[in-house]
Design a protein around this ligand. Structure first.
Ligand code: UD1
Length: 424
């Protein structure tokens, strides 16, 4: 398994181009199942999760073709859906595979999708997806570890669905399913993440009729048929936030080309409060540490537009070297502090009390061999390694490859001493 080796303490200077958003690309790829026309996605990031989703779609009968023009393009054509099963092996590897459930049901009237099981950051059930789909008329049974779903009569029927809890994935599955349902669907307490708006805009370009985009109430007038379209994926706000934090922890001065403040307002506010300078440029964002060390700020994760849980671990690394204390509270996932013991091994002073972590800033982190159990935790260790004295080796790099395109190249180009050591 590859590793990443970092020698910390180098300032970061330069430009980083932000890739297309992984969490937008995955549901957008699933929209191809809704039409026999070709859906072309532009600005597709080069990531292991994208390959996993492409692999699943190919198994279902979708033709997937990649091409590299100015930006990476993916053409997906589901002229003939051969199979309606998302097998355990794929869903286990990548939970977002459950996003094929809504589209398959809407297009073919049936789907078998493995239950994802737990994951490192929590139990992560899919009950809200299933409840919503049954409200649209699907009959759902759980058998042999699989969701076995079918639609009596073949076509889903619009309904009012009130989510008791905000869920990104459930909103996406329901949005895609409702686009082809008969009549009107209203999703109340829907997630408002930018990736949901990107999905809704793509569906509308395919001929769907979705109103209320960017709000917590989505109204979908079902249509009989959707057509193909060409859609450019928004830039990755989690990647943008991660590199903002790299500048924060490293005394850096970075221009994040393609980064947008619209999608990262809560994060920018916390980092500015801590002392980071953030300015919009005509190509993106410039982030700089101008007045010495940052100061501790309190952060609580929330659904969009709040502080994203996907940047909590990275923020904790930044706060580990800030002056003063910071209380970091995780409200989305119940077990998302797996990075804490590893950061402590690098000299951080962090105490976890239930859903909150008290971070007392230390003057210096020290390099160590570390490993993490999920994507965002892994990158938080890379950030800590960039600031630490001495050498840090981050193991289990496959987590990083799921969500960060050419991470080590992008950082090395800005002066970081970071390299990938290929498994020998
Ligand atoms: C998506 C993102 C992930 C991000 C998360 C929260 C993708 C591919 N992944 O994950 O990076 O961390 O949003 O912003 O976009 N829940 C239930 N029942 C359900 C569904 C969810 O109880 O049926 C709970 C979850 O366990 C979690 C919370 O709701 O505690 C939010 O989860 P959700 O928004 O659904 O996250 P994902 O879509 O899985």
């Amino acid at each position: 398994m590859d590793k990443i080796r970092i020698r910390g303490g180098k300032p970061l200077n330069g430009q980083i181009t932000i890739s297309g958003a992984k969490n937008a690309a995955l549901p957008l790829m699933a929209t191809a199942l809704l039409t026999d026309d070709t859906v072309t996605l532009v600005n597709v990031p080069r990531l292991a999760d994208i390959d996993s989703m492409a692999h699943l779609l190919v198994q279902l009968g979708v033709e997937v073709a990649m091409s590299q023009r100015a930006e990476r393009e993916m053409r997906l054509t589901a002229a003939d859906i051969r199979d309606t099963t998302a097998p355990y092996d794929l869903v286990r590897k990548m939970r977002a595979s459950v996003l094929v459930l809504g589209p398959l049901l809407a297009r073919t009237g049936q789907a078998q999708v493995s239950l994802p099981g737990g994951c490192a950051i929590g139990t992560r059930p899919i009950d809200l997806h299933l409840k919503g789909l049954s409200e649209l008329g699907a009959e759902i049974e759980l058998r042999e570890g699989y969701v076995q779903a079918k639609v009596p009569g073949g076509r889903l029927k619009g309904a009012k669905i009130v989510f008791p809890k905000v869920s990104v994935g459930a909103t996406e599955n329901l949005l895609m399913a409702a686009a082809l349902a008969e009549g009107e669907t209203v999703l109340v307490n829907a997630a408002r993440e930018p990736e949901i708006s990107d999905l809704a805009r793509c569906l509308n370009a395919m001929g769907a009729r979705i109103e209320g985009i960017d709000t917590e109430t989505l109204r979908i007038h079902g249509v009989e048929r959707l057509r193909g379209c060409r859609h450019r994926i928004i830039s990755d706000r989690v990647e943008t936030g991660t590199y903002m934090m790299a500048a924060a922890i490293c005394d850096g001065d970075l221009e994040l080309v393609g980064g947008s403040l619209d999608h990262i307002g809560a994060v920018a506010k916390s980092l500015e409060e801590a002392g980071l300078s953030i300015a919009e440029t005509n190509r993106g964002l410039r982030v700089r540490r101008v007045n010495g060390p940052l100061t501790g700020v309190d952060v609580m994760t929330e659904p969009f537009p709040g502080f994203p849980t996907d940047l909590q671990a990275q923020m904790m690394s930044v706060m580990a070297t800030a002056t003063g204390a910071s209380m970091i509270t995780e409200t989305i996932f119940e077990n998302r502090f797996m990075h804490v013991p590893e950061l402590c091994r690098m000299g951080a002073n962090i105490n976890v009390h239930g859903a909150s972590a008290m971070v007392r800033g230390v003057k210096r982190l020290t390099g160590a061999p570390v490993m993490a159990t999920d994507l965002r935790a892994s990158v938080s260790l890379v950030l800590a390694g960039l600031a630490a004295e001495g050498e840090t080796v981050v193991n289990r790099v496959y987590h990083l490859d799921r969500g960060y395109e050419r991470l080590e190249e992008k950082l090395a180009a800005c002066g970081a001493e970071i390299e990938r050591i290929a498994a020998g």
